[in-house]
Design a protein around this ligand. Structure first.
Ligand SMILES: Nc1ncnc2c1ncn2[C@@H]1O[C@H](COP(=O)(O)OP(=O)(O)OP(=O)(O)O)[C@@H](O)[C@H]1O
Ligand SMILES: [Mg+2]
Length: 174
């Protein structure tokens, strides 16, 4: 064995979500698989479905607790927080309007010790503050505007359970 190198990004799913129903179903699966400390980056152009997927995850986690509540857009507040079981916090962030790096700290978004699941739209705004361990969900609108293309990449270790779950919805193509 040589020197310890950072884990390679692991590309583990690639496929189509034909309609919003499949986006919601994937959100339900991810909701079951995400653990405290996990950060999910939602990457893609406007209208790609980042919020749709985030809301599906949030609603599924709340439903497991027998809760139905509003899932307000974090467009202007930048973050929306949900208290889950056992002190676990779920944070939905939309950093499109982030003003700068110090605002990341003010938001308390990436406190490494916090028992938090973080869903982040427009994570490119984090720059150097981006956590090294993260699951990247790339969404894209295909040229014919039918459905959404999706690719999922894991960075850092410990994503095996999530990968196994996601593969049931998005079997490897080709
Ligand atoms: N698999 C899918 N196929 C077709 N349409 C979808 C699919 N998934 C979600 N959508 C639709 O695409 C739109 C996505 O809007 P959404 O607000 O989630 O985009 P966004 O990526 O969060 O954009 P923004 O950058 O503006 O926040 C919604 O109308 C949603 O119903
Ligand atoms: Mg959005």
């Amino acid at each position: 064995m040589g020197m310890t190198a950072p884990a390679e990004p692991q590309h583990f799913a690639d496929g189509m979500l034909p309609s919003p129903a499949e986006t919601e179903a994937l959100g339900g699966l991810l909701a079951n698989a995400l653990r405290p400390g996990d950060a999910l980056f939602l990457i893609g152009e406007m209208g790609a479905g980042k919020s749709a997927l985030a809301r599906a995850i949030i609603l599924a986690r709340l439903a497991q607790l027998g809760r139905t509540e509003e899932t307000p857009s974090p467009t202007y507040t930048l973050t929306q927080s949900y208290d889950l079981e056992d002190g676990l916090e779920l944070i939905h962030a939309d950093l499109y309007r982030l003003s700068g790096a110090d605002e990341v700290e003010e938001l308390g978004l990436l406190d490494p010790g916090a028992p938090t699941i973080t869903l982040i739209e427009w994570p490119d705004r984090l720059g150097d503050a981006a956590p090294l361990r993260r699951l990247e969900v790339h969404l894209a609108i295909p040229p014919d505007h039918q459905g959404r293309h999706i690719a999922i990449t894991a960075l850092g270790g410990g994503w095996e359970a999530v990968a196994a779950t996601v593969r049931t919805a998005l079997p490897p193509q080709n």
